[in-house]
Design a protein. Structure first.
Length: 303
């Protein structure tokens, strides 16, 4: 495993997720980010969308055949981190859209102090039955460790591999057994909390961004029950600036479909993201960013 003393971004993006990742890379470059980007995929996944990669981005194949089903396929994330050539790595989900140049995150005091910066999910980490903790910890825990205060959202995370390699190996080992561990994990039993669990098992320090994830806005004019619109998580830098829009559902719909009439564009107004109405006469649903890279400029020009 060759590791260079540099910084970079890792995105796991095979098949339909590759187009989403290319949108993210294009936005990164438009915001002035010059960090190198590795786009990782599994053997046999369609990579035809990668023709004409943006400067500084390369397509890499993970030399391991994982099952193409959930939850086992999510092991690609810690495995790609391990295989990456970067020492300091920002891991992004393919459907996680940066709204600023994220390079300043590498200088966050909490990251410099611990070598690992994670972001919170919506919910506190609930207590479990002793047998559940026993299964997650390999027999070491009977109750929730004090380090696990809040569920983690792994659409983005920062790690310094020179300081956290044990944690990554542990996370990868657990991820390869997600089929067994999934029933004991929060949410849909995916990879999201494996990182903080692995770090805790290895007695490694990590920092959790102190700012909560945002879910959307209340817009009484939207015409939906309760006025709530939004199905994307807004994650912030530790100083409060919006940093990422993470789509968690409805990832692949066409922007031009008239059924989608609300678009959350990366526009900052008093440190919140506001919704723009695009198709005022259509049935109201919510859309966050376009599926295709060529739609990005069109999105920015509307309003």
């Amino acid at each position: 495993m060759e590791v260079h003393p540099g910084r970079g971004i890792v995105i796991c993006a095979g098949g339909p997720y590759l187009e989403l990742a290319l949108v993210a890379v294009r936005l990164l470059r438009a915001q002035g980010c010059r960090l190198a980007v590795e786009l990782w995929h599994l053997p046999g996944e369609d990579t035809s969308a990668a023709e004409g990669l943006p400067d500084g981005a390369q397509l890499r194949e993970l030399p391991l055949a994982l099952p193409r089903r959930r939850p086992e396929v999510w092991a690609v994330k810690p495995l790609a981190l391990l295989a990456s050539g970067f020492q300091e790595v920002l891991l992004l989900d393919a459907d996680n859209v940066p709204v600023c140049d994220p390079e300043h995150l590498f200088e966050e005091p909490d990251f410099r102090r611990t070598g690992a910066l994670f972001w919170p999910d919506f919910s506190p980490f609930e207590e479990k039955e002793p047998h559940q903790w026993h299964a997650l910890s390999g027999g070491r825990w009977q109750r929730r460790p004090k380090q696990l205060r809040w569920e983690q959202e792994s659409g983005q995370l920062l790690v310094d591999k020179s300081r956290c390699l044990r944690g990554l190996w542990r996370a990868a080992s657990m991820a390869l057994r997600l089929g067994v561990l999934s029933p004991y994990l929060p949410g849909d039993g995916g990879d999201k909390d494996l990182f903080q669990i692995a770090w805790t098992l290895e007695e490694l320090s990590f920092a959790m961004c102190p700012l909560p994830a945002a879910a959307g806005v209340l817009d009484p004019s939207a015409g939906v029950p309760g006025g709530f619109v939004g199905h994307t998580m807004v994650q912030r830098s530790c100083d409060g600036r919006p940093a990422f829009l993470h789509r968690t559902i409805d990832k692949h719909e066409d922007l031009t479909d008239p059924r989608w009439d609300l678009v959350a564009a990366p526009r900052t107004e008093e440190q919140c993201l506001v919704l723009r109405r695009i198709y005022p006469d259509a049935k109201v649903k919510v859309r966050i960013v376009p599926r295709r890279a060529e739609d990005v400029e069109d999105l920015g020009g509307r309003g």
